[in-house]
Design a protein around this ligand. Structure first.
Ligand code: GDP
Ligand code: GDP
Length: 444
């Protein structure tokens, strides 16, 4: 099932996720399987609809208030499912109406930067599809009214899912594609060398004959989930790491400025932060560099093994880090341990995903429909009787995605409205982990 687009069913407990999953999976019942290991692992199944195939994942309940430490694990799994998903289906209970946990789940889904569909479940009586209307308030577009139990509306949902599947993701991104160039960056001692060693496997360690000199840049290649990756300047990172042992903060700056050279060659940066030390000013500087250079970003919270975990630790931690810099709201976060190897490979999965997202092209018609919806959702600002009009938009570049907006008067595009537009576009199209450039131009 590798390489197929992935659809994750998310939502608070008891809204009917599993029922919906079973409905969808029934079409290919033989392929339903439990992932080996823990019984609460997500379920996956392959679904075919309207000539498209995808994998649907039942995340088995999103409850940040569940019991520790199992819940932390499960929530970690949900994160993983979300990180790997192309489309999220947020299931809500239309009979109960909108709850705080729904809003939280929506926020979570939005922050993941994926395309999200709201499935208003338990509309058993087709005459009551009005029950779904309330969920417009989640700000995730038209809710699809359905009854997973009776099978009503599930076809509509499948249509909507298929319409949002990324183009060209199937067949698997296997051969003939350029490798994803990954820069591993972060402050000294955060675990860059350790992570790289993990990723390459010890047998593939490159021992540079010129160790100790700074002459050449040695990159390393590895393969993960059918895709090639190049880890940039691996020799340099190991070397610096050794040199740095027992030196002062001077080299902290050296290592940050070194990062820039790699970033300029990279598709995606893995920024490691130290779980114990949290997000520092130096880390913020690095994120800013990533943003300026325009490559993708995955945030790896390393040394997660050292953190004492209680209920909600991960969510609190994540919230704190994401609020430290605007771009971080849209960046996949991986809680890893280079020391134990836990979730280290997930960092590469996320990098591959971000690479794809940063390379996405939104068709002009789709983009303009979304811009119109945005203007309907929040009225464009006006000044001295003149109101901003967004005439049309078009995506002119990828990596990073660059969108030109033609408007009647660029001065009317306030920062806050631009932020709103970016938020709206990301909620619809994702561009997860990638900086996004909105360029405003005047057009009469
Ligand atoms: P999950 O915790 O989100 O996976 O929810 P489940 O799929 O286990 O469903 C929770 C409860 O809602 C079960 O008792 C289901 O039978 C019920 N349920 C699921 N879908 C529907 C539906 O469309 N209509 C009604 N009335 N009940 C439903
Ligand atoms: P670099 O300077 O960023 O390349 O960092 P290193 O890979 O050299 O790691 C610095 C120190 O942190 C070493 O002592 C590692 O053993 C330790 N370390 C790295 N990753 C982890 C981790 O995930 N957990 C723990 N507990 N220690 C780690």
């Amino acid at each position: 099932m590798k390489g197929l687009p992935r659809v994750a069913i998310v939502g608070r407990p008891n809204v009917g996720k599993s029922t919906l999953f079973n409905r969808m999976a029934r079409r290919r019942a033989a392929l339903v399987h439990d992932e080996p290991g823990v019984t609460r692992d997500p379920l996956e199944a392959e679904v075919e609809w309207a000539g498209r195939r995808f994998v649907v994942v039942d995340t088995g309940g999103y409850d940040p208030r569940g019991e520790a430490p199992v819940a932390v694990q499960v929530v970690g799994k949900v994160h993983e499912a979300i990180a790997r998903a192309d489309v999220l289906v947020l299931v809500v209970d239309a009979q109960q109406g909108l709850t705080g946990l729904d809003a939280e789940a929506a926020e979570q889904a939005r922050r993941a930067g994926r395309r999200v569909l709201v499935a208003a479940n338990k509309v058993d009586d087709p005459a009551r599809s009005d029950l779904a209307a309330e969920f417009y308030r989640l700000g995730l577009g038209d809710p699809v009214a359905l009854s997973a139990e009776h099978g009503r509306g599930v076809g509509d949902l499948l249509d909507a899912i298929v319409a949002r599947l990324p183009e060209g993701v199937e067949p698997p991104p296997d051969q003939g594609l350029e490798p994803v160039r990954v820069a591993v960056i972060g402050r000294p001692n955060v675990g860059k060398s350790s992570l790289i060693n993990r990723l390459l496997g010890y047998e593939r360690l490159i021992t540079s004959p010129e160790a100790g000199t700074t002459r050449d840049v040695v990159d390393s290649r590895c393969r993960h989930e059918g895709r090639d990756f190049v880890l940039l300047d691996t020799a340099g990172i190991r070397r610096r790491s050794r040199v740095l042992a027992g030196t002062g903060g001077d080299l902290e700056r050296v290592s940050v400025s070194k990062a820039l050279a790699s970033l300029k060659r990279a598709h995606v940066a893995l920024l490691l932060i130290d779980a114990m030390e949290g997000f520092t000013d130096q880390d913020r500087r690095l994120v800013r560099q990533v943003e300026q250079v325009g490559c993708g970003l995955v945030l790896v919270v390393n040394k997660w093994d050292l953190v004492e975990k209680q209920t909600g630790t991960l969510e609190r931690y994540e919230k704190g880090v994401r609020s430290a810099y605007p771009l971080l709201e849209w960046v996949p976060m991986v809680f890893a341990s280079a020391a134990t190897g836990q979730r280290v490979r997930q960092a590469l999965t996320a990098a591959g995903y971000v690479y794809e997202q940063a390379g996405m092209r939104v068709p002009t018609a789709t983009l303009n429909a979304s811009l119109q919806a945005a203007a309907a959702l929040r009225q464009p600002p006006s000044h001295k009787g003149r109101r901003l009009k967004i005439l049309y938009g078009t995506q002119v570049a990828i990596r990073p995605p660059q969108i030109v907006l033609f408007v009647n008067d660029p001065d009317l595009v306030h920062f806050s409205y631009q932020r709103f537009l970016e938020r709206h576009l990301r909620a619809q199209f994702g561009f997860a982990g990638s900086p996004m450039r909105l360029i405003v131009r005047a057009r009469e």
